[in-house]
Design a protein around this ligand. Structure first.
Ligand code: MSP
Length: 495
């Protein structure tokens, strides 16, 4: 039988500097969702990579006195290393400097030209190098030195140069119609409304080539121009399927692009318009997440307040970092980072709640039953409650995950863990053992092991490494699909 397909992406990361925790966050959230879908029996394609052209990267290489391409090799490698460190299950990693991508973008450019979507003109206006974005007058503020400041608080650059334009304005109506028919196109809902309003206010044609620097994909047949980095970058989502894996017909359109809220406009306005113009299908959902802040300011290299994800993973462990990031803030909202918050959460939820439960139950199983899971004997109402809880909670987890509410899904799972800890305290297996109440002890231990096993099934996407270890301790398969959760182990079997 053909498996249902699921295509999920992270944004591709700028290689102007090494990765920070904000980047790791986007990747970990995407990875968790990819794992969740896989365990729900989808065939998943998970794409990530690096965005290597544009003025920002060229400037960064110049600052280091390096050849631009060599510089991108160096920084891209750091992002690649991070995918390993974070134990991501991405299927491929694309760099926009690769031939396969350049070939695809040139092809797209020619198609757009043939369709009369592109014309040559001159761009005069303000540009944010930090955002690689043309900034319109109404988004500009003026600082005390009379500099023009963009939405990301950088000093804008005035540019006046020949440029190709894309006929964005003519797509305003079709895009609004598309939004109307696809209310799940942008999530969360508040972002959908925001994007819609932006488009309702009118769209200007978009400058899509630059002539004042050369680090980019050359415009076919007019090589004094390089293609605008966002047009170049967005098509990575198709290059990676098409030119790399021959899978476009299988996985396109993407099911979800996960992006930070800072780059929503590019994904929810320009991207679908480019695709409409090419008569390609449009992705099903763009989910915009919030920012990690430090004392209320966005964590970013330019503000100098970044946290190195490698340090956190080395110090606390990869599952621990993932768990913290997904539990601490509702996906879609901003949240403040501090190491104290991370340590507290790891200690109270992972070590005390979950770690202790496993440690206590497994050592009792060893002590009282020589590590062999006993048979379930007669059960009372309270037993039944805990016995059936994981299956019931799974339904809630599914609901939360459909909305990418990772923190809510974890909160649901933690209800089981708290209930199980309380069950140990109420049933006191050590007293049952002392009283030689073997029948009751069997039932209590059976139910506790069953609960740990099933909780661990649910936790796989959130704690990939630890859940593997726990399955091993339980002498079970390393990975268990969610639909196997309801299998009852009347008699505990070992794999
Ligand atoms: N290159 C573009 C994306 C092109 S996709 C076709 C880009 N790169 S980026 O490296 O600047 O950012 C990549 C991702 O990291 C974005 O989703 C962004 O929101 C995320 N983050 C960067 N800083 C962040 C925080 N402080 N907090 C959370 N995520 C943040 O944009």
């Amino acid at each position: 039988m053909n498996k249902k397909k699921f295509y999920i992406t992270t944004p591709i990361y700028y290689v102007n500097d090494k990765p920070h925790l904000g980047h790791a966050y986007t990747s970990l959230a995407t990875d968790t969702y990819a794992r969740y879908k896989k365990l729900n029996k989808y065939e998943v394609f998970f794409a990530t990579g690096t965005d290597e052209h544009g003025q920002k990267v060229e400037d960064a290489a110049k600052k280091k006195n390096m050849n631009t391409y060599e510089f991108t090799n160096l920084v891209s490698e750091r992002f690649k290393q991070l995918t390993k460190k974070l134990e991501l299950i991405n299927n491929d990693f694309i760099r926009t400097t690769e031939e396969r991508h350049k070939k695809n973008v040139s092809k797209i450019w020619k198609k757009l030209l043939d369709k009369n979507e592109i014309y040559l003109g001159e761009y005069e206006g303000w540009y944010s190098i930090r955002d690689e974005s043309f900034i319109s007058e109404n988004e500009i503020t003026i600082d005390k030195n009379n500099n023009r400041i963009g939405p990301s608080k950088d000093i804008l650059k005035k540019i006046k140069e020949p440029s190709y334009f894309f006929r964005l304005s003519k797509w305003q109506k079709p895009l609004l119609e598309f939004y109307k028919k696809h209310e799940d196109f942008v999530k969360p809902r508040s972002r959908y409304n925001e994007v819609k309003k932006f488009v309702e206010n009118g769209l200007e044609d978009l400058s899509i080539s630059r002539t004042s620097f050369s680090w980019g994909i050359k415009v076919p047949d007019n090589t004094t121009h390089v293609i605008y980095v966002w047009l170049d970058a967005l098509f990575n989502y198709i290059s990676i399927l098409d030119e790399g894996n021959n899978k476009s017909n299988v996985f396109w359109p993407a099911d979800i692009h996960i992006v930070g809220k800072d780059i929503l406009r590019f994904h929810a306005v320009y991207w679908p318009i480019f695709l409409l113009a090419l008569e390609y299908e449009i992705p099903k959902t763009i989910f915009a997440h919030g920012w990690w802040t430090i004392n209320g300011e966005k964590m970013s290299k330019s503000l100098g307040n970044v946290i190195d994800p490698n340090y956190l993973v080395d110090t606390y462990g990869v599952d621990q970092v993932r768990y913290f990031m997904l539990k601490e803030i509702p996906f879609g909202e901003d949240g403040n980072f501090s190491e104290d918050l991370l340590v507290n959460r790891i200690n109270s939820e992972l070590s005390n709640d979950y770690g202790n439960l496993i440690q206590r139950v497994l050592s009792m199983l060893q002590k009282y039953k020589e590590g062999v899971v006993p048979e379930l004997e007669s059960i009372n109402e309270l037993d039944k409650l805990l016995l059936n809880m994981p299956e019931n909670i799974f339904k809630l987890v599914e609901k939360s995950m459909n909305n990418l509410q990772f923190n809510q899904a974890l909160e649901n799972i933690w209800q089981i863990i708290r209930k199980a800890n309380a069950y140990v305290d109420t049933n006191k297996p050590w007293e049952l053992s002392k009283e030689k109440n073997s029948s009751r002890l069997n039932t209590v231990l059976y139910i506790l092991i069953n609960t740990i096993y099933k909780t661990n099934i649910l936790l796989q996407p959130f704690l990939p490494s630890s859940s593997k270890k726990i399955f091993k301790l339980l002498k079970q398969k390393e990975e268990i699909k969610f639909n196997e959760i309801s299998k009852k182990h009347r008699s505990w079997t070992y794999f």
